[in-house]
Design a protein around this ligand. Sequence first.
Ligand SMILES: [Fe+2]
Length: 246
Amino acid sequence: MKYLIVSDIHSNREALSAVLSFVKRKPWDKAVFLGDLVGYGANPNQTVDMLRSLKPLVAIRGNHDKVCSGLEDGELFNRMALEAAMWTRRKLTRTNLKWLRALPEGPAVVDGAFAISHGTPIDEDAYIFGEIEALNVFRQTSFPVCFFGHSHFPVIFALSPDAITTILSVVPLFLLKLKPGVRYLINPGSVGQPRDGNPLCSFAIYDSESRTVSIHRQSYPLRRTQEKILKAGLPRPLADRLALGR
Ligand SMILES: [Fe+2]
């Protein structure tokens, strides 16, 4: 089975659209979403509609989905994130608000093949930035393979019996065959707001039969996306950061 794994789309319709155009040329079977569908970008409803039309096998919520849909008040958000979340809450249709509110909390197990979480499988709002956080997650869980999001940074942590290693993908198409006896925490990166210094949108395909993960980077109409953010009256840095990939 080939799973299309997308995370942190953040109302970026152009980026999700580019991912879908790209994967039209690649065979995949089921879509899986790791949270943060909305917040920051200018097209929350179109993005929700687009993801829903994919009929994802499993979709879980992210911290922005909770605040934008009114489940949480966003007291931990910075000023810009909160302003964008309140704007998004006002723009979302009743149907889409309801759909976002109903997204389940992670972790979730997909087809018995792998787990997914937004932040970590222990705390949906916590980040995995480096090996110390990854090691703590490995020690407190038993998933052989878990895909996570939230940091907007494509990275793979691998735990073998004697060491933990970090694998950073730095090419537009990165391929990794998972090894037996090694556990993995894998971030496919962010579709709508990458933060690894590379503005190309990021997503993964996992082939559970060959146990191969590919992380893809894809361009999208960046200028148009930025113009929409500014036209919507959202904070300018939310548009600027897309070009910087951070
Ligand atoms: Fe996010």
